[in-house]
Design a protein. Structure first.
Length: 121
C-alpha cells in the first residue's frame, strides 16, 4: 500500500545537513527570488515577498536550525509553505527529493519550527 500525502516528505538541504518537511505543508518550490527587508530587523525574519497579492514572511530557517547564517544565493530554492494556517517562505540550498520517511533524515513540523511570531505579516 502506498504512502499517503501526509506521510510523504520533501527532503531539503542546508549546507551539509538534510532535513525533511511534510509534503502537506509545502505549497510550492520556486527559484530564489528578491525579497523586501524588514524596516526593523528581526533575527527570525529575512523579509517578505508578495506572491499572488499575498505578503509572505521570509523566515530564516538557518538560524532556527542553529546553522551559520548566510544571505540567500541566486542558486538557492525558495520554499513556500503553510505554518499555523498562514503562508511562510524560506530559502534552502536545494530540494533533493520527495519520498517516504528515512531514519537518516530528521523530520520537522513547520508549526513547531516557526511558531507564530509577534509582528509576523
Amino acid at each position: 500500500m502506498g504512502a499517503t500525502q501526509a506521510q510523504r516528505l520533501v527532503v531539503c538541504r542546508l549546507d551539509d545537513q538534510r532535513f525533511a518537511l511534510p509534503v502537506a505543508a509545502i505549497d510550492r518550490v520556486l527559484p530564489a527570488m528578491a525579497y523586501r527587508r524588514p524596516s526593523q530587523p528581526q533575527a527570525w525574519l529575512h523579509g517578505a515577498v508578495e506572491v499572488h497579492g499575498v505578503v509572505v514572511p521570509v523566515l530564516d530557517i538557518r538560524r532556527r536550525l542553529c546553522l551559520l547564517p548566510r544571505e540567500p544565493q541566486p542558486a538557492d530554492m525558495f520554499v513556500l509553505a503553510t505554518s499555523g494556517g498562514r503562508p511562510v517562505g524560506f530559502f534552502v540550498d536545494a530540494v533533493e527529493d520527495v519520498g517516504d520517511a528515512s531514519p537518516a533524515v530528521p523530520v520537522h513540523d513547520l508549526d513547531r519550527l516557526f511558531p507564530l511570531q509577534p509582528g509576523m505579516p
